[in-house]
Design a protein around this ligand. Structure first.
Ligand SMILES: Cc1cc2nc3c(=O)[nH]c(=O)nc-3n(C[C@H](O)[C@H](O)[C@H](O)COP(=O)(O)O)c2cc1C
Length: 208
């Protein structure tokens, strides 16, 4: 049985672009082969608690740990859910130039020295992960807001550089073009970006 882990973090409900795109990828991936299943974790509807203690990240050396068994168990389950997936898709909307805190909390629970990185072999090495990011505006090279996207860089560093996963990035920019009069001039580009994102995801769903 091949397994896809689908993570959503948008608070946008039915209007959410990332939810629509993670859903499209999941349906396409399910249809692309037999004996497959999708495990969905909705980090907005069912958020993980923030780290109870930094000892969950760096277990102390030489003294008894203060980590409660139930907190450790919850974190172990989150790591195991990632480990047991063959493919991962993550919806990562831009909230205030960064990722939603619900998604950041998931990252805090899976980026663990000696458990998921800083060890050989890396347990998640080569596992494909599709990062789907949507933002209201655009952050094009050469514009004054180039470098303001703090959603994708940390996700790429953690999942790609540290955990060794095979990262595929898909973006849909200017999603507020039909709602924000200041962005109305970009509505055609927004539509094109959404269509391009959909066709890239259809291709990835049939190959990953
Ligand atoms: C709380 C909040 C903060 C946002 N901050 C930004 C931002 O800093 N930059 C931006 O381009 N868009 C911002 N947006 C717009 C979202 O990135 C955009 O609506 C995107 O489509 C959200 O993903 P979703 O459609 O999957 O919900 C924000 C939206 C919300 C709800």
């Amino acid at each position: 049985m091949r397994r896809l882990l689908r993570l959503d973090s948008s608070a946008g409900g039915e209007l959410s672009v990332t939810r629509s795109l993670t859903g499209r990828f999941a349906s396409g991936w399910l249809a692309a082969g037999d004996d497959r299943e999708v495990i969905a974790r909705d980090l907005h509807a069912d958020p993980l608690p923030h780290l109870e203690t930094s000892e969950l990240h760096f277990p102390p050396v030489g003294r008894l740990t203060e980590v409660a068994e139930s907190d450790q168990q919850r974190q172990d389950e989150v790591v195991e859910q990632l480990r047991s997936a063959d493919v991962v898709v993550i919806g990562a909307p831009m909230y205030n130039y960064s990722m939603p805190s619900t998604l950041k909390t998931w990252i805090d629970r899976i980026h663990l020295p000696g458990i998921t990185f800083d060890l050989e072999p890396l347990p998640m090495a080569g596992k494909p992960v599709v990062l789907i990011s949507a933002s209201g505006a655009a952050y094009d090279p050469g514009t004054p807001t180039e470098g303001w996207d703090h959603v994708l860089p940390p996700l790429q560093i953690v999942l790609g550089d540290a955990l060794g996963m095979d990262v595929h990035v898909v973006t849909s920019r200017l999603t507020l073009a039909d709602r924000d009069p200041q962005l109305a001039a970009f509505s055609q580009r927004a539509e094109q970006e959404r269509a391009d994102a959909e066709s890239t995801l259809d291709r990835l769903a049939s190959t990953l």
